[in-house]
Design a protein around this ligand. Structure first.
Ligand SMILES: Nc1ncnc2c1ncn2[C@@H]1O[C@H](COP(=O)(O)OP(=O)(O)OP(=O)(O)O)[C@@H](O)[C@H]1O
Length: 547
């Protein structure tokens, strides 16, 4: 759509809600719901351009239905028979909700608190104006060239306009500090969209310190950012992508809190819990941070005697659950300086760990990183002197709405307090209704894609205050790659097409038929058992003799 504004309709009168008005357009001005229109009002002696979003469109005059019953006769023929010009036959009544005018001092929308008078001409809002004022970019004019701004992520373009006509750049700082949620049914483009954001954050402008908690191994192709011209800075910067495989993921036993240990143990009695808590606290008061189960049991035996039945039962449980689990180690820990660094995106590959171990490693890592960020902000020695952003695939697994997950507590703490300490979280999930509502409602920016399940739609409505009813109505009908962006990173929600990735996408469904055919061909090429048993004497027929 062009930057020029031409009149597309005329205000007919107020709508049902105080913020709504209705207007009428002929058929050739095909304005879709979700489109942004504009009109001029006088505020404090100056003219302001007010934006409104089209929320509903209905036909109020068309060709009589009876004349259209015959599929052989086209609408043009019917119109000609009736003696009416085709252009004039259809009239649409559209409803629009006032968003406001862009206040260049407040750098957000202000509501004029007055509806446009009947007869007010309406135009399509120009592309550049929308690029400037829809996202929360803090622009001091309403027609800034947003491509010149630093620290923004080019997410895609407005869905209602031609591809790439109205580009949406969202402020990275906003969603990286006040948390992000990417919510959609499976296969709708969650990990694709997350990867687009990762690409933007790892660019030379931002050089983020990023961690991806990846329970499915979906982010293998991010390594393509390395050596790719598009990510290189003039000073030689290049993003580093580090894959941390499950064999390197370790939890030092002393990093566990007593609640984590209790959750791991198999049904400990009250007496066992009491003895273990006392001994665990005593071990944590020690200077050494590298003790194991032997030392812990020694501490319990010293307190309660070597023959104590509860200590004996605890020893068996501790050896079963902690000592025999490779994740736990008396000394080894994931070195934080290996996984967090500016300009580095670390993918923690957890696909071969069971759910419980995924939650435990996540809990311990988040706690350690949060502690370091607290120290950094309070001017104490810290291993993490810069802000960081952690993305969670299967977010409902780490912050579930019901059931116990040791990671829930620290996820709640970071989503409510992390902003002050430069620690942002991104939650990706196909089941918004299964995410803890405290965590979800603290995610300031939301990217919602196709969601069909009514419970999940309700969860989004309840926690995503910023996206109005009219925008959320779109969710079931979206196709992969289409999204509603709302919240802190936007001044008003917008329906967008997410741009294409620069790296390839590795997380799609498996090409089942191709894999069947390859496996079949492979099988055909393999020697049969009887051929393998052929010792080289003469030609084998491949058929085993039965005598
Ligand atoms: N912005 C986009 N542009 C082009 N194609 C896209 C876009 N977003 C998604 N797709 C297509 O949709 C497919 C599914 O996307 P994706 O793997 O991100 O889904 P998902 O929601 O993460 O699924 P799952 O829950 O199974 O992990 C991709 O393989 C890709 O083909």
């Amino acid at each position: 759509m062009s930057g020029k504004s031409s009149v597309v309709g005329t205000v007919a009168g107020p709508g049902d809600d105080p913020n709504e008005f209705v207007f009428v357009t002929p058929a050739d001005k095909s304005i879709k719901t979700g489109e942004f229109i504009t009109y001029t009002v006088s505020v404090d002696g100056g003219n302001r351009s007010v934006l409104a979003r089209v929320t509903n469109r209905e036909l109020i005059r068309g060709l009589p239905e009876g004349f259209l019953a015959d599929p052989e006769v086209g609408p043009d023929t019917v119109a000609a028979t009736l003696g009416v010009p085709t252009d004039d036959t259809e009239l649409y009544r559209l409803t629009a909700t006032v968003i406001g005018y862009y206040d260049t001092e407040m750098t957000t929308f202000a509501n004029p608190r007055q509806l446009p008078a009947p007869g007010t001409p309406l135009s399509i809002a120009p592309d550049q104006q929308l690029e400037t004022v829809l996202p929360n970019l803090g622009c001091e004019t309403d027609s800034t060239d947003v491509t010149e701004l630093e620290g923004t992520a080019h997410l895609g373009w407005l869905l209602n306009r031609s591809p790439k006509a109205t580009n949406i750049h969202i402020p990275i700082e906003e969603f990286a500090s006040t948390h992000l949620a990417i919510l959609a049914s499976t296969g709708s483009g969650k990990s694709y969209t997350a990867s687009v954001l990762i690409e933007e954050m790892m660019g030379a402008d931002s050089r983020a310190s990023l961690l991806v908690f990846d329970p499915h191994g979906e982010y293998d192709t991010l390594a393509e950012m390395q050596g790719n011209e598009a990510f290189r800075g003039e000073d030689g910067y290049e993003p580093e992508v580090v894959y941390y495989d499950p064999e390197r993921l370790r939890v030092r036993i002393s990093e566990l809190e007593i609640g984590d240990v209790m959750a791991v143990l198999d049904n400990p009695s009250n007496r066992m819990q009491e003895r273990l808590s006392t001994a665990w606290r005593a071990m944590q008061r020690q200077e050494s941070r590298t003790w194991g189960i032997d030392e812990l049991i020694g501490e319990m035996e010293a307190r309660y005697g070597e023959d104590d039945a509860s200590v004996g039962a605890l020893e068996w449980r501790l050896r079963q659950s902690i000592e025999r689990n490779d994740l736990f180690h008396p000394e080894d820990n994931v070195p934080l300086n290996e996984i967090v660094d500016p300009g580095q995106c670390t993918v923690l590959q957890m696909d071969t760990l069971d759910r419980w171990n995924q939650q435990l490693i996540t809990t311990v890592l988040l706690r350690r990183m949060y502690r370091e960020r607290l120290d950094a902000v309070r001017d104490r020695d810290s291993q993490i002197e810069h802000p960081l952003f952690a993305l969670f695939e299967e977010g409902h697994r780490f912050a579930p709405a019901s059931g116990d997950a040791p990671s829930l507590g620290i996820m709640r703490t970071i989503t409510s307090e992390g902003r002050k300490f430069g620690f942002g979280l991104g939650i990706i999930s196909q089941r918004p209704s299964k995410i803890d509502q405290d965590v979800l409602s603290q995610c300031g920016t939301q990217i919602s894609m196709q969601i069909k399940n009514p419970n999940d739609q309700d969860a989004i409505k309840n926690s995503v205050e910023a996206a109005g009813e009219d925008v959320l109505r779109e969710l079931p009908g979206l196709t992969p790659g289409q999204a509603v962006v709302s919240g802190d990173a936007m001044n008003t929600p917008a329906l967008i097409q997410v741009r294409q990735r620069r790296t390839s996408h590795g997380a799609g469904s498996r090409p089942v038929i191709e894999e069947w055919r390859d496996a079949y061909d492979q099988r055909q090429r393999e020697p049969t058992q009887s051929e393998a048993a052929d010792f080289g004497e003469g030609d084998s027929t491949g058929v085993q003799s039965l005598d």
